[in-house]
Each structure stands twice: as C-alpha cells, then as structure tokens.
Write a protein that binds this ligand. Structure first.
Ligand SMILES: Nc1ncnc2c1ncn2[C@@H]1O[C@H](COP(=O)(O)OP(=O)(O)OP(=O)(O)O)[C@@H](O)[C@H]1O
Ligand SMILES: [Mg+2]
Length: 456
C-alpha cells in the first residue's frame, strides 16, 4: 500500500526539499501551503500522515492538527518547527500530534519518525479488521459448523440480494424463519419491511383480507379501506410461512401475485403493483402434496425457484454442543442466572438424543434447565426423563419384518449384539456397569460377548 503523506508548509524551498526526500523513499507526497488548502486535501485524499509546519500564513500548525483530526481521526500528524518551545510541543501533543520535529533535523530523523508512524498505522489497521471480523461473527445468526449448515449459509449469501423466490424446507424447529430473516437482512431490501404471514394459522376468509386488504364497503364491517400485507411489504420481503397449509382456493390468488406482482384489494377494481421479494417455508412434503392434489403444481414450481433444505438436528449432530452452549449462555444471561455450562456426560446424551422438535426443542429444553438450575453446571441428573429414556429406545432402531421373512436365530443374535454394544457404550466400556444396565451378571455378559466375538 502506498503511504500518502501531506506536507503543509508555506515556504517553498522547504516544501520542495521535503518532497524530494520523501519521494525518494517511495512515499506518495502531496503538498499545500496553508491550513485551508490542507483541510480540502485531507477530505479528498485522506492521507495517512500529515507533516505540518507550526507557523503558517492562514492558521497555526496546532489548528491544522485539530482540523485534520476532525476530518480524519486516524491520520497521523507530525509537527515541524523552528520555534520549538516546551509549551507548543505540549499543546501540539494535546491537539493529537503523534510527534514533533525541531528544525533543522536530519533526514534520518524524519524517516525514523515516519516509519514509527507507519507502524502505528499498521497496528491500527489490523485492529480495525479484527474488530470488523468479530462484529461479523457476532452478527452471525445461523450457527453451526456442519457442512450442511455451511452450505445453507453459502446459498443465503449468494441469493440474498437477488429477487428470486426462495422455498425453505425443513422439519419443524429447524430454523426456517431464521433463514428467511437472514435472507432479508443480507439483501438491499433490509431497510424495508419483512412481513411474515402464517398461512396455517389464519382462517381462509380472514387470510384473503389480511393479504390483499379491502376497499371501504367491500363487505359489511369494512368501514374504511385497509391495506393488506402484500401492500405493506412494498419494497421489502414477504415471508409466506407454512405455505403447505394454505387452502387450494387461496393458492390460485397467490399465484397471480407471484407471477405479476399485482393484485386488487377485496372489493376493489384498481390493480395494485408491488415490489416484493417472496420467501416461502413449509415443513410439509410439497411434492407429495402436489401428487395428492392438495397443493397446486403451478404454484409449487413458482415457489420452488431456489430451494433451501434445512437438515434436522439429528443429521448434523456436530452442531449440537455449539448450539446448546450458545443457548445456555444467552438464556442464562438474559434470565440473570449463573448456569455456566453443560458437563461432558450430559452433553454426550444431548448429542445422542434425536431432537424430533429440532433446534426449537433445544431452545425450550435449555431454557427449562437454566430456570430450574439457577447456577452451576448442568449434569445428567438435571436432564428430563424423556431425553434419557428416548436415548435408549431410539438407538434401537425399530425392527421391520421384511416380506421375504428373516432367519429367527440371526435376527435375535443381531438384536442381542446391538443391546450389548449400546449398554457398553453407555457404560463407557465398563463391563460391570453394562451388565447392570442389562440386568445380567457380569459373567453372563462376558460369556455372551465371548460367544459373539465381541471380546477383544
Ligand atoms: N442454526 C441456528 N443457529 C441459531 N439458532 C437457531 C438455528 N436454527 C434455529 N435456531 C433457533 O431455533 C428456534 C426455532 O427456529 P425457527 O423458528 O426459525 O424454526 P422453524 O423452522 O421456523 O420452526 P417451526 O417449523 O416450528 O415454525 C429459533 O429460536 C431460532 O432462532
Ligand atoms: Mg417457523
């Protein structure tokens, strides 16, 4: 990077001499003769360093420093003067000068001072970039390091600032609304409204007037014109949540808005044009809904321009500790509690649990744990029975009897193996403990393991 140095000096010979000296050292040099000119130049080129004489015709060097710092606080100012007194030196430093050079000075003296200034600038810059990075990280709303979540974040980054319709798919509690908000936040529409519409929660008759608004007198009770949510969202984003629950009748009406960005208020004749970005979400299998004629095919294709699939938590277990710790910290702080962490054994159980309600279930569980615990560390004893119990039963996958039948002995043997393995895992490999889990004698367990080749 070129280091830009501005020389403020009313004496021409000094100016030329300094310029030659600095250009030889590869500085990019600008010169002006007075304070007013200096201000203008600082505004235009934001120099890294300003070298100013103390005595100028239109203002003194101290005033120049104040003006420069005012416009560009990070610019480093160095004062040069032939009339050095302690007082002026102190005054210059107070005004924000970095250093002070007494005329006549040697070339080396000037260059060393400039190098020091550059070092300070470099540290400043590194500091700024770290701060920015930290701020960005803090702003990171979709947490997770699993490849699936990274992919989701990548897609969001790519499509946020386009107007393409996005369809977010995922089981309940996987973060669909979070993704919709993030798409809006990272778009140039972020200064305009984000309007969520829960298509499942509002009854059909109401939904229509909610979405499109109505004209005065459109129906009994319509005493004044009301604008709908599509109109309210102009220049912003509409989030059609639970789109799979929308009635087929309303699906037709929505289709036109998606195609034309145009609609009429109920009871109105005039077409209203809106500039909106549409994001939809559902936890339903829309393709199946289409096959079963519960969802219009044309609407499905209109919505499914950019699909984003949110994987259930049990398919990205590596995200569980990170999320759990994050929620524990934020909820504990918010609720003024001093719950400091989750111990490894309890965390292991959370990692193995299947989370049918996904991240939302986790947020709720952690809130419950924090409120009940108040302080200290969460241990296995704090976990609710539902989580502990599910752990064992769900790890034994349900057994399906294939139509072609099975060999009874092999199937039973498989099942026993699985049981033993799970018990051993739960007991961290301690056979006595595993035997206790299975209500077997230790020797019986070892005998069985021997027979099954599980002893090594
Ligand atoms: N990756 C994530 N990082 C941080 N918080 C998350 C993440 N995913 C979900 N959450 C949080 O989990 C909760 C549920 O998320 P959200 O409401 O977006 O899910 P949803 O898929 O819309 O759920 P539902 O189907 O129940 O409406 C919210 O509090 C959200 O902030
Ligand atoms: Mg939701």
């Amino acid at each position: 990077m070129d280091c830009k140095v501005l020389i403020v000096e009313d004496e021409e010979t000094s100016r030329v001499c300094l310029t030659d000296m600095l250009e030889l050292e590869n500085y990019k040099v600008y010169t002006v003769a007075g304070g007013e000119e200096a201000k203008k130049l600082v505004e235009d080129v934001s120099p890294h360093i300003v070298l100013t004489d103390l005595k100028l015709l239109d203002m003194n060097g101290i005033e120049v420093i104040r003006a420069v710092k005012d416009i560009s606080p990070k610019t480093i100012c160095i004062v040069i003067t032939g009339y050095a007194t302690i007082e002026t030196a102190v005054e210059a430093m107070k005004a924000g000068a970095f250093s002070y050079l007494k005329k006549p000075f040697r070339r080396e003296e000037l260059l060393v001072t400039l190098k020091k200034a550059q070092e300070v600038l470099a540290i400043q810059e590194e500091n700024d970039s770290l701060k920015l990075k930290l701020q960005k990280q803090r702003e990171q709303s979709i947490l997770g390091t699993s490849p699936q979540i990274q992919t989701v974040r990548d897609i969001i980054k790519k499509v946020a600032d386009t107007d393409s319709t996005v369809l977010i798919l995922g089981e309940s509690g996987t973060g669909k609304e979070l993704v919709a908000k993030e798409l809006h936040r990272q778009s140039s529409r972020s200064g305009n409204p984000f309007i969520p519409i829960n298509c499942g929660a509002i009854p059909e008759e109401l939904l229509e007037s909610e979405l499109f608004g109505y004209e005065k007198g459109a129906f009994t009770g319509a005493i004044a014109t009301k604008i709908g949510r599509f109109e309210a969202a102009d220049k912003g984003t509409v989030f059609l949540d639970e789109i799979g629950d929308m009635s087929v009748g309303l699906q037709v009406k929505i289709l036109r808005v998606l195609q034309e960005r145009e609609f009429e208020r109920i009871g109105g004749r005039k077409s209203i044009k809106v500039d909106i970005r549409i994001i939809a979400a559902t936890n339903q299998d829309l393709e199946r809904a289409v096959a079963e004629k519960r969802f219009r095919e044309d609407l499905y294709y209109r919505l499914n321009v950019i699909p984003i699939s949110l994987p259930p938590l049990r398919e990205r277990r590596e995200d569980i500790p990170l999320l759990a710790t994050h929620f524990l910290e934020t909820i504990s702080t918010k609720k003024n509690k001093k719950v400091t962490g989750i111990d490894p054994e309890a965390m292991k159980i959370l990692e193995e649990y299947d989370w049918p309600g996904n991240v939302r279930e986790m947020v709720n569980l952690i809130e419950r744990l924090v409120v009940l615990k108040e302080n200290g560390t969460i241990t296995v004893d704090d976990l609710p029975a539902s989580i502990l119990k599910k752990k064992l039963t769900t790890s034994l996958e349900p057994f399906h009897l294939p139509t072609e039948g099975v060999d009874f002995n092999t199937a039973v043997d498989d099942f026993e193996r699985k049981l033993i393995k799970i018990a051993l895992h739960k007991a961290d490999g301690v056979k006595k403990k595993a035997a206790d889990f299975l209500n077997l004698n230790r020797t019986t367990l070892i005998e069985k393991m021997k027979r099954k080749g599980l002893l090594n």
